[in-house]
Design a protein around this ligand. Structure first.
Ligand code: SF4
Length: 146
């Protein structure tokens, strides 16, 4: 059996590795840090609902290398499950108006999670486009896939 991992983030990438016969098993690590429901969404065909890992290594490997608990720029619950989860599960009876400044991955991720729990969320961004710093990650030579 051939088991592979590292850099498998998209369903297409996984499918290719398995159907080409290059692998029998694909491990998802960062993909599931960014999207804990990755496998459930993959099995149900909800591919457009999968929150993709950026491959940036900013909060997972980057923090781990400093001997800190991991986090994730697109999943604010990562590493804070014990404190963040109860507030994320709020229901519409505690609906609030919330303003988020910054439309980078963290701001958009927070907006989405707070919005899904019945809050009214507005996001403000000084740039013309959302995306924040990760929009620059693809600029260096060899980093275009980011
Ligand atoms: S911090 Fe970046 S590389 Fe690490 S899991 Fe999150 S999106 Fe992926």
């Amino acid at each position: 059996m051939v088991q592979v991992e590292s850099g498998f983030r998209s369903p297409e990438h996984i499918e290719t590795a398995l159907t080409d016969g290059k692998a029998d098993l694909v491990n998802l690590v960062r993909a599931q840090i960014a999207e804990p429901d990755y496998v459930r969404k993959l099995k149900s065909g909800a591919l457009d609902k999968i929150r993709p890992c950026l491959g940036c290594n900013q909060k997972c490997i980057g923090r781990r290398a400093q001997d800190k608990w991991i986090s994730c720029v697109v999943n604010l619950s990562t590493g804070r499950e014990w404190t963040r989860a109860p507030s994320i599960k709020r229901t519409s009876d505690v609906r609030k108006k919330i303003i988020i400044v910054g439309a980078g991955p963290a701001g958009l991720s927070l907006a989405a999670q707070l919005g899904h729990t019945g809050n009214e969320v507005q996001v403000f961004e000084r740039a013309c486009h959302p995306g924040g710093l990760p929009a620059l990650y693809g600029k260096p030579v060899g980093k275009a896939r980011w």
